[in-house]
Each structure stands twice: as C-alpha cells, then as structure tokens.
Design a protein around this ligand. Sequence first.
Ligand SMILES: Nc1ncnc2c1ncn2[C@@H]1O[C@H](COP(=O)(O)OP(=O)(O)OP(=O)(O)O)[C@@H](O)[C@H]1O
Ligand SMILES: [Mg+2]
Length: 593
Amino acid sequence: MKSLSYLNKYFFKYRWRLLLGILCIIAGNYFGARIPAIIGESMNVLKGDKPISAGQTLFWVALGLAGMAILFNIIKGFFLFLTRQTLIVMSRYIEFDLKNEIFEKYQQLDYSFYKSQSTGDLMNRISEDVSQVRQYLGPGIMYSINLIALFPFSLYEMLKINTELALYALAPLPIMACLIYLVSNRMNKLSKEVQQEQSRLSTLGQETFSGIRVIKAYIQEKHAKQNFEESSKTYLKKTMRLVRTNALFMPTISLLIGTSTLLSIYIGGLLTFDKFSGVTTGNIITIILLIYNLTWPFASIGWVTSINQRAAASQERINEFLRTEPAIKNQSEAPLEEFREIRFKDMSFRYKPELPDVLSNINFTLKRGETLGIIGKTGSGKSTLLQLIVRQLDPSSGEVVYNSQKLSSVNLPAYRKQLSVVPQDVFLFSDTIYNNIAFGALDLESTTREEIVSAAKHAHVLHNIEAFPDKFETLLGERGVNLSGGQKQRVSIARALIRKPHILLLDDCLSAVDTETEEIILGNLKQLNKENQTTSVIVSHRISSLRNADYILVLENGRIVEEGKPADLLQTNSQYRELYDKQLMEEPEVFED
Ligand SMILES: Nc1ncnc2c1ncn2[C@@H]1O[C@H](COP(=O)(O)OP(=O)(O)OP(=O)(O)O)[C@@H](O)[C@H]1O
Ligand SMILES: [Mg+2]
C-alpha cells in the first residue's frame, strides 16, 4: 500500500473537493440511517404499538411519517449526487494529471529506455495501470468513507432499539466482508488473465492484418486462422472461469443477508414477547432495513480491499518507471558556442556492458562546412555512429568533443536544434504531407508555405506531391495514402531541410531512390550546403551517394579501416577503390534501357 502514498500530493491538490465529498457522504448517511427508524415508527403507529397523542388522527400521523421518509430519501439522494460530483470527479482529474505526468516522463526518457521496453508495456502503464489506480481514487475511497460514515449512524440506531438484537443482526456482516474479499480476489486474478488473453488476441489480429500481404502471398491463411482459433479458445476458457466465479458474488451476499434477516426476525420475535425488552415489530423492520443499508457498504470492504491491492501493484509499476532516470541528460543551460567542429577521440561504444564493442577506437573530426561520407558493410556501425553524433547515445569509453567541450556537457536541446537527421527507418506520422514536413521546423508558427514547397522541391518530391489530388493536404498513414519507399525517404529529407540545419545527417536515406533521382537530390544538397555553410554527414552503401564528400571513412566491424579524401583513396589499392570500380561499372547498365 506504500506505493499509493505517491498519490497524496494529488489529494492535497484537490483537498477542497475531497473535504466537500466527505462532508456530503456524512450528511447523506445521516439521513439514510434515519429512514429505517421512520418506517419502523410508522409500523408501530399503524399496529397500535405506539399510542398517538391526543388531538391527532392516525391518518395525519401516518401521512406525516410517510412524508418525512420521502423527504429524507430525497435529501439522501441529493447528497449522494453531490458525493459523486466531488469524489468521482476528483478521481477523474487525478487520472488526467497522472496520465500527463507519465506521458511527460515518456518524453524525457531516451532511446535506450525504449529499446528495452515493449510498446504494449508502455501503453499499459498509461492506460491499464492508471485506470486501476483510478479505481482506488474514486470508488475505493468513496466506498471506504461511506462505510466509515454509515456504520456509526446505523449502529447508534440499532443500539437504541436493543443491544442483543443489534449484535445478532450484525454478526454475519464481517463474515460476508471476508468472503467477498476472497471472491473479489479470485475475480481480479481471473479478469487479469482474461485481459492478458484479450490483448494477446488483439495483437495477433493486428499482426495478421498488417501482414496480410505476406500471409496471402505465402498462402498461409489456414495457418493464420488456426492460430487465431487457438488463441480464441484459450480466451473463451478463461472467460468461462471468470463467469463462474462472478456467479458466486451475489449468492454469497444473499446468503449472509438472509441469515442476518432470519436472526433478526427470530431473536426480535422472541424479544417482542418479552415485555421488558421494549422491542416492537416496527423495531424488527427498522433493524432489517438498517442491515440492508449496510449490506453493500460491508460487501464493499472486501471488494475495495481487493481493488486497492490491485491499484497498489499498478502504482508500484508506475512509480518504478517514474523513478527511472534518463541515461542521456542535459547537463547545461549555458548558451551554445557556435559550431566549429565535432571530434571523436579514441571513442568506443557498446550497447550493453556484456555485449562486444559495436564501435572501437574511433578517431575523426567533422569540421564546419565539410561533407563527410561514411561507407561500410551492413552492421558495421554506421547508424550507431550517427546516433553518437546526435547524442542519442553516449560513448562507453573515449569522448566526443564539441569545439573544445565534451559533447555530454553542452546544452543538449540547443545542440539538437542545429541538427537535422534523416534516419534510416523513415517514420512519417498519420497526418498530412504538409504537417509531416513542417514537423521538422524549429518554429512551426512562422513556417510559410513557400518554405515547405521549397524544401519539397529540394528533396525532389514536389512533383510527386503535386500529382496527388489533395497535394500537400494528402493524408498519410493507415487510412491515407501509402507512399512508396523512395517517396517516404524524400518527404523525410524535406522535413530535415525545412529546419535549415547547421549539421545535416543523412542515414542511408537515398537507398530507395534510383541513381538519377539521387543525383538530382545530391546536386540540390550541394548547392544548399554551400549557401548555408551546412556541415553534412552522408551514410551510404553506395559510392554514388558519396560523390560530394570531402572526406570518407570506411567502416568495417566497428573500426575505421580506411579514411581520406576520395581522390586520394582512389589512388591507392583501397577497399573504397574496389567498391568504386565495382559499383560505378554496374551503374550505366541500369540506365541503358
Ligand atoms: N539497440 C541495440 N542493441 C544491441 N545491439 C545493437 C543495437 N542496435 C544495433 N546493434 C548492433 O550494432 C551493430 C551495428 O549496427 P548499426 O545499425 O550501427 O549498423 P549499420 O552500419 O548502420 O548497418 P546498416 O548498413 O545495415 O544500416 C550491429 O551488429 C547491430 O546488431
Ligand atoms: Mg544503419
């Protein structure tokens, strides 16, 4: 339960609402506990057990009592309404705040955190776990306070009648609370299993739909159907178990309430024969009604305990992650020095301590205005190197230096503001093409349409966009248009250009365009880079992409095996030269027809 104390700060924030809610519960229960006594009183009057004072007629007394019962019910209802308006609304506000707090934390955490978590888990924290916690904040708290407020009033009314009768009538209630707790616990356990099964089922469905092209091409429909059927069967089995346990809930309550009613009638009946006890038939009715009033609040002890336990487990998961510190943190608020160079000094990097180095002993300098080309076989560490430049990763040993300062100690947001990255796995949002490009701008508000158009033009994708009926307003994503691989890459380049970056990092982002288009884009980039004095790093498998590079690094197994100016590399018997000969000899054939 300790984990739930994290939420106290929110209770403090909404303290007036909470206080008002508590007052409403107390008031509502006061009137609620009075009603059985009024009904019992009416019975006594009607049966003649209680004489009416002189000058009153039976009709008017009975009518007065009935009116009072109705009035008290209305007042009770009104306070109940206010209770929900305050406490349940408070729980919704806290849910809102907590979700935002978690989402904000998600935004602070770095790439390595996301690599170690599954998307389903991340989504669960913000939806499933928060809604468990809300159960505690809303119903959990409301029912607990409700019982605490109702019980003394009811007990007082019962003791006023007869102590012995009160004790007998109340005896089954604690037993009921324990049984309900056991049943609720089992229900919670089972419903969790059902939920897990359901999310497995929907993941399976989702995967099948998104991979439908592969499934059909490999004629695996039957297999997919079998898979789904099996999962569906497990789901059914678990649901049936839940239903069976669920069915125990109401009978348990009825059994114990029935016992209590029987005891009240039996003991009460005996007492009415005892002249000295002063117990009347009306009193028995009062007691039975009071017990009925207490039924749900008592049952809720079991239920609330069980939801509180679940909430505590969920909050523990939330706390654990709120405590996670991002590995990459901004260390400085100082203004950023103007960019002159980035230098890698004996830098090595590994993703985890137990894994081997992905990059070892890297030394090179990226100078302002220069274009650096990085080429190497797949898996040689090119993308990792770019992530180190962006500071999405920090070196395991050695350092990355910005001008003369360690990159890890410069103002990170300011540093990233001058960068633009086109990642290898292009990501576009389910939004319009216009917004997808504008996303790259530093200042969204002041970005003009002309700038967007010009970025698209430089990325050589404008003619494609204009061919769509909705042009820049074309929706991308699941329910929108699907762009081809090469179109996606070029929209992504346009997004990088709109920022007018000082440093432009392109990770194999021309791999899906033909060499002719590549040439046009590279030409545009060359001109832009010259105009804006942009420094750029181009990663590629293809020699042709690196034609504008001033300096080349050849990576192999995480090491720089060759480096130098392209012209110099061509003079020697280098790997670069070998690739050059092989690729540029193949190239003309591609365009012959
Ligand atoms: N998050 C990660 N955790 C562990 N290992 C990783 C991770 N990301 C990449 N690697 C490993 O690091 C090595 C270098 O990967 P990287 O993506 O930098 O290669 P690359 O040169 O960009 O390859 P490609 O040309 O195919 O894009 C690979 O062996 C890869 O398996
Ligand atoms: Mg890569």
